[in-house]
Structure formats: structure tokens, C-alpha cells
Design a protein around this ligand. Structure first.
Ligand code: ADP
Length: 448
């Protein structure tokens, strides 16, 4: 301010001096005074014009200038220009930070596994993440500012959207929903701001499937237990009400024992399955020698084949061979149970006189293959993908007659998965089946 005042006075002084100098040759005091006064006025006007031009430069810079540099460096306008530049810089910095924060926020919403969609007060799309775009078949760029009701045509959603009561969510079919592959979305609208809406969507297909599987499972278990229980209750009533001779009593008791045994097997298999599902994968610190495993399978297999025979002689030709003398690392009881189930199935489903071969060998890439082949009835191709589902049976009566629970192959699949092994099924109706479990080389320890 002082400089400004000083420069104004200096300009006037300079003007006055110049006026005096210009009129000094006249040697009259009046004209010299007039010259000085005119010089002072002209000096003031010149200062004023200069000042205005500096102010105009500043104004021009404020309108279109580059904020990285100042318009003027000196004087009051210089300071105004410098302070303005700093203010602009600070604002720009704040805007940049806000933009970064907004970008981070949007990236977080973009990474969300749920669909997020923002609607303005007119129901037009303001922003949506990729998951929401996928769920509703929208384009995150093209469909901005489009009315959501025009783009999502599901009647259930249209009613929900129009109702304006969003306390509850909605379950609606997903865009890729088909009769064979149902896709379910859970959708919920939340009002916020002034008439705006936040839409959250999530794909609940897997949850719904798990829930349906749980319901089916409970229904299946109840059904499986109810049948032998009904039979048992019937026999108990007969024993209580009818006078029976010893032979009849023996026969009824044997049938009751058979039904009780069936329930025991079912409960045993259910417990095995739940243990397999609830425990961590077996370590590869322990294992079972392949010859020991094969010996155990052979003993059990021959016993089962003999039990099924009226003469107590094995019903089938059974071949057990191994060219692998190492160990399979994992849980021995699980491995025995899985391979035992395959051998038991082959024996139970192959008619008398059939041949069952159980072989173990090392593959070229150091994986170990166990195969169980039979000359039984075989399985039609459409059943094969579903065989490892719990309680899935191709031949229900044969399964029940031979003490099957419908859980055997589900157990085999679980054990194989837990050991990183692969279960393959090949079958030709009328000719027989081959079930293979192939263990990865990491689960094979070769004999030194
Ligand atoms: P189950 O206890 O009924 O044998 P599994 O899960 O072990 O149950 O097998 C499922 C179904 O697969 C069986 O009910 C049977 O119809 C069919 N199956 C399994 N193994 C064989 C086989 N070796 N030959 C023919 N059918 C088989």
C-alpha cells in the first residue's frame, strides 16, 4: 500500500518537475506554477492509466489466464494476482483430492460383488457398477440417464419399482434365467437424498440351490429312514398281537434285524459324508501301502460276493492286481472307504457269474490309477453325470435289495476331491462299467 501511495506521489512529482522544466525558460512565476500544476495532474493521470491497465491485465488473466503463473509481479495488483493464484491452486488441489476420493469410492463400489445402481429423483440411472450391468443386462455408459423402468422389463420388478414401498426386497429371475439353468437375483431399493434411490442386487442362485439341496436332502433322509421304520413298526405290532410259532417268530426277527441294519448303514454313510464335508483335506504325511489297500479290498470284496450267494461261495470271478508297490498319501480309512464302495457297487450290481477286475498302476506322469471294472448291466449315459449326487439311483430296487443307501458314490467323489484325485466313469449299457480314481503324483510315494 505504501509503495502504491509512494509511486502515485512519485509520478506526480515527476510530472511537476517535468512541467517546471518545460516552463522554466519563460522565467515567469505564473507560467512556471501552471507548468508544475499541469505536470502534477498529468503525472497523476499517467499513474492512474497505468494502474487501470495493470488492473485490466489482472482481470484478463482471471478470465482466461494460466493459474500456474501470475499476471503481474509487483505492486498491489501483483499481490492480488499472487494471492488469487494461490487461492486457485488451493481450490484446484481440493478439487483434485475430491475427485481422487470419488474415484476411490467408485472403484470400491465397482469391486463390490453386489450390483450397485444409483437413480435420480426421476428414476433415471445416474451410475451403476459392472455387476449391476451384468445382473440387468445394462451398459454402464450407454444406459446412463435412461429410465430404469424402460430397461428392466421383468413384470415383478416393474410392480416393485412402481409401488414406492421399498421396505422389503424382491427376488426376481436373472437376465440369463432359463428353465434348465435358473438364475435368481435378490434386489432391494433404498430411498436416499431427495427422492433418489439406491438399488442393490445380488446373485442368490447358489444360495437358493444350496437351500433346495438342503430341503431335498432332508426329504430324502426322512424318506429313507421312514421306509425301514414303517416295516419295523409293522413287525413289532405283528409280534405283539399275533400268536406266532418259533419258526415264524425267527423269520420276523430276521427281517426286523435286516431293516435295522439298513438304517444303521444309512446313518453310518450319513455320518461319513458329514465328516468328509466338515473336516480339512487329509495331510500327505501319512498314507497306505497300495498292496495293503488291495489286500483289504480283495478280502472285503470276496466276503461280499459270498454273502450275496445262497451257497456262500463268491458269485463272481474277482481279479485284484497291482503293479504299484508304493503308497497313496492321505487318510487310509477314507481311501479304503472310497475304493471299497466302488468294489461293493461292482459286486452288488453285477449278476452272478460276472467278472470284476480291480487294478492299481502307475501312469507315465507318476499319477496312480485305481480302476474297478465289471461286466454288469452298465449305466445309460444320461445317468452318469448325476451318479455322484446323494441318493441318486439308477436302479432303486437293486440298490435297496443289496443294501445300498444311494450315498456310496457321493462318498467316493468327496474322498477323491479331498485327495486332489479325479473320478471318471465309463459305462456301456449291457456290457459293464469302469470306475477310475486317479491320484495326483503329489499323493503318490513310490517305494525306494
Ligand atoms: P447305492 O448305494 O444305491 O449303490 P451309489 O451312490 O453307490 O448308491 O450308486 C448310485 C447308483 O449308481 C446306484 O444306485 C446304481 O444304480 C448305479 N451304479 C453304481 N455303481 C454301478 C455299477 N458298477 N454298475 C451299475 N450301476 C451302478
Amino acid at each position: 500500500m505504501f509503495f502504491r501511495f509512494f509511486s502515485f506521489i512519485a509520478c506526480q512529482l515527476a510530472g511537476g518537475l517535468a512541467g517546471w522544466y518545460a516552463t522554466s525558460s519563460t522565467h515567469t512565476a505564473t507560467s512556471e506554477l501552471v507548468g508544475i500544476l499541469a505536470g502534477v495532474v498529468l503525472g497523476g493521470v499517467a499513474w492512474f492509466l497505468l494502474d487501470i491497465s495493470r488492473g485490466a491485465r489482472l482481470l484478463h488473466w482471471l478470465r482466461v489466464g494460466d493459474a500456474s503463473d501470475v499476471a503481474l509481479r509487483t505492486g498491489l495488483w501483483g499481490e492480488v494476482s499472487d494471492r488469487t493464484r494461490r487461492l486457485i491452486r488451493a481450490r484446484e488441489q481440493m478439487t483434485l483430492e475430491s475427485q481422487h476420493r470419488l474415484q476411490d469410492f467408485l472403484s470400491a463400489l465397482q469391486a463390490s460383488p453386489n450390483g450397485v445402481l444409483l437413480l435420480d429423483a426421476q428414476g433415471q440411472i445416474e451410475w451403476l457398477n459392472q455387476t449391476a450391468a451384468l445382473h440387468f443386462g445394462l451398459d454402464a455408459q450407454r444406459d446412463l440417464l435412461q429410465h430404469l423402468g424402460n430397461l428392466v422389463r421383468d413384470p415383478g420388478f416393474a410392480r416393485y419399482f412402481a409401488r414406492r414401498d421399498y421396505r422389503q426386497g424382491l427376488i426376481m429371475p436373472g437376465r440369463e434365467n432359463t428353465a434348465t439353468r435358473p438364475v435368481k437375483l435378490s434386489v432391494h431399493l433404498y430411498p436416499y437424498g431427495e427422492g433418489r434411490l439406491l438399488l442393490l442386487s445380488s446373485d442368490i442362485t447358489a444360495v437358493e440351490q444350496a437351500e433346495a439341496m438342503r430341503r431335498d436332502f432332508v426329504a430324502n433322509v426322512s424318506h429313507e429312514i421312514r421306509t425301514p421304520l414303517t416295516v419295523l413298526a409293522g413287525f413289532v405290532e405283528t409280534l405283539q398281537t399275533l400268536p406266532l410259532n418259533d419258526a415264524e417268530r425267527e423269520r420276523y426277527l430276521a427281517l426286523m434285524a435286516q431293516q435295522a441294519g439298513r438304517m444303521q448303514t444309512l446313518v453310518h454313510d450319513l455320518l461319513v459324508l458329514s465328516r468328509l464335508e466338515g473336516s480339512p483335506p487329509p495331510s500327505d504325511a501319512e498314507g497306505i501301502a497300495v498292496p495293503t489297500l488291495m489286500h483289504q479290498l480283495e478280502q472285503d470284496g470276496r466276503a461280499l460276493s459270498a454273502v450275496l450267494s445262497p451257497t456262500c461261495e463268491p458269485l463272481h470271478r474277482l481279479v485284484f492286481e497291482t503293479s504299484l508297490s508304493g503308497e497313496i498319501m492321505g487318510a487310509p480309512s477314507e481311501l479304503l472307504s472310497a475304493l471299497g464302495n466302488l468294489v461293493s457297487n461292482a459286486i452288488r450290481y453285477t449278476p452272478s457269474g460276472g467278472q470284476i477286475e480291480v487294478r492299481a498302476r502307475l501312469l507315465a506322469d507318476d499319477r496312480a490309477e485305481f480302476s474297478v471294472s465289471d461286466t454288469g448291466p452298465g449305466i445309460a449315459p444320461e445317468h452318469i453325470p448325476r451318479l455322484t449326487e446323494r441318493f441318486y439311483r439308477v436302479d432303486l430296487s437293486r440298490s435297496r435289495d443289496t443294501g445300498g443307501t444311494g450315498l456310496g458314490l457321493a462318498i467316493v467323489k468327496h474322498v477323491a476331491q479331498r485327495h486332489g484325485a479325479e473320478l471318471t466313469i465309463q459305462s456301456t449299457p449291457g456290457k459293464g462299467s469302469v470306475f477310475r480314481i486317479i491320484f495326483p503324483s503329489s499323493r503318490v510315494r513310490l517305494s525306494p
